[in-house]
Each structure stands twice: as structure tokens, then as C-alpha cells.
Design a protein around this ligand. Sequence first.
Ligand code: CTP
Length: 147
Amino acid sequence: MPAHKNILTYGTFDLFHIGHLRLIQRILKLGDKLIVGVSTDEFNAVKGKKCTMPFEHRADIVGSIKGVDLVIPEQSWEQKIKDIKKFNVDIFVMGDDWKGKFDYLKEYCDVIYLPRTEGISTTKIKKTLSSISPDLKQSLNSVIHQM
Ligand code: CTP
């Protein structure tokens, strides 16, 4: 049984994939309440990221994963300390592509970077999709946006 700990993580979670699922599953071994901040489309624009799926879809998918208790919008870089205090967060977790970047939060809670799943990322999936025919790409895009 995981310890009684509140955990917080953030991410974009576009084209939800096995690396995202494995991260959430590994996070759940550290504690029993998981809050996920999903980046809004506006915040992604600030980060220079353009999502295939709109915020509402990404948030719905993440919120449906077993063990995720709450999804909150991630709207800025600055909200983390406020969220940690608001949700009584014990552990802040990110994939190790962010290693060291959030050490300043150690003043407020534990900060843990978990290893990423090798060989998969949203960027890689997008690259694969863009290498297929433009017609098929167009139909896939319209299916996603009709849902
Ligand atoms: N993540 C992971 N393993 C992967 C991909 C992502 O553990 N193979 C983790 C990231 O480290 C992050 C969270 O999942 O903590 C959300 O990552 P996100 O940036 O949404 O996914 P990526 O696939 O990395 O997207 P991109 O390629 O656009 O950066």
C-alpha cells in the first residue's frame, strides 16, 4: 500500500501515450492522492508547444486514468508554489527531462524526478504522423477535432 501522501505533477499529455501512463503508475507507488496539472492551450503557446488535442480532451483523458484524483489547469510557470500550498502537497514529481529545474520547490515539499520511458514521446508520435500522407494526416486531425 502506498503511503498517505499528496502528490502533484504537471504536463501537457498531448496524444496520451504509454510513457505518460507509466509515469502516472510509477508516481502512484509514492503516495495515494494524485493531482495532475494539465497545461492549457494558452500556456502551451507560451511554452512554444502546439497541441494536437485541445485542453478539454487532454484533461478528460488524464482525469480518467485510474488513481488520478484531480486535474487542474496549468496556466503559468508561477502557480506551483500556490498549488503546493493549496493542495497540501507532500511530493512534487516530474519526469527526469526536468531534472534540477524544480529544485527550488524543495523548500515546500519533496521533489522527485522519475526516469522517462525510453523510446516514446508526443514529439516522436507527431513526427511519425507527419511522415504519412498529407491526406491521411488531414483526416486524422479532423477526427480528433470533431470529438
Ligand atoms: N514522460 C515520461 N516518459 C516519456 C514521455 C513523457 O515519463 N516517454 C513524462 C514527462 O517527463 C512529463 C510527463 O510525462 O513528466 C508529461 O510529459 P509531456 O511533455 O506531456 O510528454 P512528452 O511525450 O515528453 O511530450 P513532448 O514530446 O511534446 O515533449
